[in-house]
Design a protein around this ligand. Sequence first.
Ligand SMILES: Cc1cc2nc3c(=O)[nH]c(=O)nc-3n(C[C@H](O)[C@H](O)[C@H](O)COP(=O)(O)OP(=O)(O)OC[C@H]3O[C@@H](n4cnc5c(N)ncnc54)[C@H](O)[C@@H]3O)c2cc1C
Length: 805
Amino acid sequence: MKNQARVLVIGGGAIGVSVAYHLAKYGWKDVVLVEKHELTSGSTWMAAGNCSFYHSNYYCTQVNMKSIELYQKLEAETGQSAGWHTTGSIRTADNPDRMDELGYYYSMNRCLGLDVRRVTPAEIATLHPLMNVEGLLGGLYWPDDGDVDPSSITLAMSIGAKKLGAEINTRTRVTGIDRKPNGEWVVHTDKGDITCEVVVNAAGLWAPEVARMVGLEIPSIAIEHTHILFEAIDAVKDRKTPLPLVRDPDRSIYIRQEMDSLILGMYEKKGKQWHPHGVPWDYAQTELPPDIDNIAENIEHGIFRMPILGETGFKHVTAGPITYTPNGDPLVGPAYPLKNFFHACGYSFGITQAGGIGHYIAGWIMEGEPEIDLWSVDSRRYGSYATWAYNHEKIADTYPRLYSIFFPNEFRSAARPNRTSPIYEYQKQAGAVFGDYFGWECPNFFTAAEADRCEKPSWRRSNAFPHVAEECRHVMTHVGLLDLTRFAKTRISGPGAEAWLNRMSCQRVPTQAGRIALAPMLTDRGLFKTDMTVTKLADQDYLCVTASLGKRHDQHWLMLNLPGDGSVRMEDLTYAQGCLVIAGPKSRDLLAAVAYGDVSNAAFPFSTSRELYVGRTKCRVNRMNYVGELGYEIFHPIQQQIAVYEALAAAGKKFDLRMFGMHAMDSMRLEKGYLAWKSEMNLHHTPLETHLDWTVKWDKDFIGKAALEAQKRAGVKQKLVCMVVDAQTSDPWGYNPIFQGEKRVGMTSSGGFGHRVGKSIAFGYVPPQLAAPGTQLEVEVLGEKRQAAVAAMPLYDPKNERMKG
Ligand SMILES: Cc1cc2nc3c(=O)[nH]c(=O)nc-3n(C[C@H](O)[C@H](O)[C@H](O)COP(=O)(O)OP(=O)(O)OC[C@H]3O[C@@H](n4cnc5c(N)ncnc54)[C@H](O)[C@@H]3O)c2cc1C
């Protein structure tokens, strides 16, 4: 075994082997993989092997596409078959909400050019003659889906990896990991130490233990998962063509052909955790005793959908451990706050995704960024709130509902609340309906109506709609208060701070204390990494504010780029400071009533920042907001939030101050043409493709400049547009295909209803020749095409008279 390698992969399941194979394939041949037992010893060996294009996320669908592409050519590359069968698959719906969800997938898959078809119950019965289609309203059919043999794909990729120069050591267990002062990792195994530059944690069921070796806690837990192979069925044996896999998510089951019979798979009624405090190191390739009581209902559902199963005995019941994270998606990418340590774990659909994610992680390690935006699976989407105990509670809710309808506006109540603002009780009293964002409870909207105290999740306009409309109207005419305590806040200071921030952002950071700048940060390829609001507090002292969700992601990026000479200091103020926003035409009058100091337009102009006493509390007040009205962001010591709030509330009575929530904020930011991180600003967009090109300061050096210069010379291939959509009951949510006639010309990045302008709005990227206001396009919403007219951005107050007035 080598004692030195560039990359060390821990774990010889489908995921780890795929990472090693792809690294070697793309030229990083100095790769060592260690596996404590034999390859596939964790979950991989017992997986059913279903491989589908389906995923609720646009980018993860591309991961699945890459896997399927690879599995079909692995034999030619390695001489080992992956056992791929093209069978097609059907996903059914037995209620209107499910039909809406399928409508969303249909449209989103069309953005990717996938062959996906809407099918009626009669067509489903033709595609799968053994199926009882009673109660179905319809479904989606992917003719190119299939299945593989999980051990064969792993073996094939390991053969490929070794041929390409990677070293694979089985029966070698990692027992500890240390970091050398020069940044290299020393990985201790029971066969000796290996020094390496990069470590990949692909330890599957044991990934939390491996993470613990470097001081990290990751939310991944093992759950018992079952599928049943039935005895041979003549009606299956006699078939000339394979039966498509059927997923009946409303019954939490799937059924697929396996040789001359069928497999019934399920998400059990109760997600039973297996060794919740850590899977024993010596567990390998052993099935668990099945819990028939826990699957009895699923079996009944299977027999209902496929009556022939009622006449067929079980051949074998497979129960085994599978990893689960709080939302069921894996934990991938750079491990916060470490350097050169990657996660590739937490997989519950790891066979479907192994081939693809190996490709993308290899690129991520080699290039520093993934080829596609993998934020939805990035391990940094969870913060310190996502402890083992949090996951323990969350999984009990998530696992049995894994097949339940995916809604964009659903905020499940399990394992909440976690983080609350000090004014949480006031928010509750005001009728807040909360959502959770990076562990924070944040009001989505407010209502006095008892019946609406919970938002009914829907792909259409929900019961929140009239309340949000009222909040937007109130902010437009009076003054509203929004709690943005959850903002990620980072103080950057030191003699090197200004020069360093100017290198990190394409924007020039303010030179004058009390000025604010919108400061996008880009990757080397000129793509949006993040977007900060940078306030100069004093000489050598800056406050950088970003989205709460991006906290770990953004701070990790800053940390990894800090100069080594100590000239720049970084301090996390997220939990030390709260932020209350007041916005609306009466906000200045309100501030004047509570603040000690002149807050007139002349004394406190737009885009400036001041220290002000708000009541008794010294606050940092920024005249800036994300809703496009006259307004102020009031940053304050978190322990004084109630004092700040009570001062505002008392003075606010005169101005009819009311709280508003996240839904209203999102509606208003669309009207104002404000972009959202990971929607309009992700790893597929540059500032030149948006109306933020003014933030690019060409007369200085910054990360991504060379790429932007090249793009400027070549011309942009896509442009961000705002469209007014003829939507009726459902607004675009993002990932909707945009058409000109029959031709797909782009995709939406986000959308919703703008209550102040009374229009359904979508943002999206289209070729520049279609970006002129007035261009008539169509946006497909839940499978139906809607007229969409490109409009000048922003729709609301284009001259910024309200904000600057
Ligand atoms: C019953 C069942 C059915 C399933 N069906 C499907 C399906 O149809 N489709 C699908 O996509 N997915 C399915 N899955 C899920 C799938 O099996 C997993 O998502 C996938 O196998 C995860 O692969 P992995 O490489 O991440 O982890 P694992 O397969 O668990 O591999 C991790 C490896 O790391 C090794 N390791 C751990 N710690 C160390 C250490 N310290 N040193 C060295 N080596 C170490 C382990 O021995 C193990 O071999 C199913 C799972 C089960 C249990």
